[in-house]
Design a protein around this ligand. Structure first.
Ligand code: GLV
Ligand code: MG
Length: 362
């Protein structure tokens, strides 16, 4: 553990009168974290209609908001949160998150001291960009406790870190374990690529030059040789997944900037889902649909999982199903799938109908 604090101290509020930290991060569906710029009236006007159609709405105050609009974005988020029924507030169909400005920016202090008193009861999660180590989370942890106490909040606001610097990746485990508020991590492929001096110029996604090529056939180096593009983000996402699982929090793919390329976006999101991520960012309503599809297990997968659960009886030993060996370990994988399906069915009537229609012989 990075800190020499007693484990018990993590569950004491960091300010007199602040809410008690949570012992477990609720597994709330968050397949798409839909970004909007609260200073953009066109985007802001769409927010009320999106409640109930997307798992998370995130008011973005950081990058992509012009310096001249920072204040308007912050105030716009307060207005939207106060005026929109059913948004955020630890229950309900759509969570409300925000991405504050970076901790070394001139705006972040005002972000926190404005948002927490005004809409702290509605803000479920605060996303902190460019987190480098546990010290960044400790700073946010304490100041949030002070502001929550002052505002008389009864529930703590959770914290989500974007992994977008080399130092952040190197410190990923200590970041995840830095506070009971830690809800999850997102990959920040654009900033991370720049910080690492990768030679990409895109926001997320692959690169045609990053590939492996088949060996020459019969020594003919000029002959036909298949090449396969590789996933630039595999290493980082895999590290995030392990760090998050170890700390009982949730990993997310971040942004995919090529809005028109819905096929590659779906592939990238699916890689993240299969590796263990629970959601991704959406930068356009089109991507909400992609994330909802990808991060909800298919009826075929849930059917198979339920068949294994039924066949495994008390959960011990091994059985043969369709010619394949199933045992305690494959049962556990199937239970992950069934639990996710149950959680999603509880908030998504279409999925509920699809999953409820599954029939499995006991
Ligand atoms: C997201 O913030 C990124 O830098 O990719
Ligand atoms: Mg970034």
């Amino acid at each position: 553990m990075a800190s020499s604090k007693s484990p018990k101290d993590f569950f004491r509020p960091l300010a007199v009168g602040a809410p008690t930290p949570v012992a477990e991060i609720p597994a709330r569906p968050s397949r798409a974290i839909h970004f909007f710029d609260p200073s953009n009236p066109k985007m802001a006007a769409k927010v009320p209609d999106m409640v109930g159609t997307v798992d998370v709405l995130l008011g973005n105050l950081e990058d992509a908001v012009k310096a001249d609009n920072k204040e308007a974005a912050r105030n716009g988020l307060v207005e939207i949160a106060q005026a929109t029924a059913n948004i955020g507030g630890r229950s309900g169909p759509t969570q409300l998150w925000t991405r504050i400005n970076a901790l070394d920016s001139p705006w972040v202090l005002d972000d926190l001291t404005t948002l927490v008193p005004a809409i702290g009861d509605k803000l479920d999660v605060i996303m902190v960009p460019k987190v480098e180590g546990a010290e960044d989370i400790h700073y946010v942890d304490r100041i949030l406790a002070q502001l929550e106490a002052k505002a008389g909040l009864s529930e703590p606001i959770l914290v989500h870190a974007i992994l977008e610097t080399a130092r952040g990746v190197a410190n990923v485990e200590e970041i995840c374990g830095a506070s009971p508020r830690m809800q999850g991590l997102s990959l920040g492929p654009a900033d991370l690529a720049a910080d690492r001096r990768m030679k990409t110029t895109r926001v997320g996604g692959g690169h045609p030059g990053y590939l492996v090529r088949q060996d020459p056939v019969d020594g003919d180096i000029d002959g036909q040789r298949t090449s396969y593009q590789q996933d630039l983000w595999h290493y980082t996402v895999a590290r995030m997944v392990d760090a998050c699982a170890m700390h009982g929090i949730y990993p997310y793919y971040g942004p995919f900037g090529d809005i028109a390329d819905t096929v590659a976006c779906e592939d990238q999101f699916r890689n993240a889902f299969l590796l263990g991520c629970v959601g991704a960012w959406s930068l356009h309503p089109k991507q909400v649909a992609i994330a909802k599809k990808v991060f909800s297990p298919s009826v075929e997968d849930v059917t198979h999982a339920k068949r294994v659960v039924a066949a495994m009886g008390d959960g011990t030993g091994a059985v043969m199903l369709d010619g394949k060996m199933e045992d305690d370990a494959s049962l556990k994988q199937c239970l992950v799938m069934v639990e996710l399906a149950d959680r999603l069915a509880a908030i998504d009537p279409d999925l509920k109908a699809a999953y409820d229609a599954i029939e499995v012989d006991a």
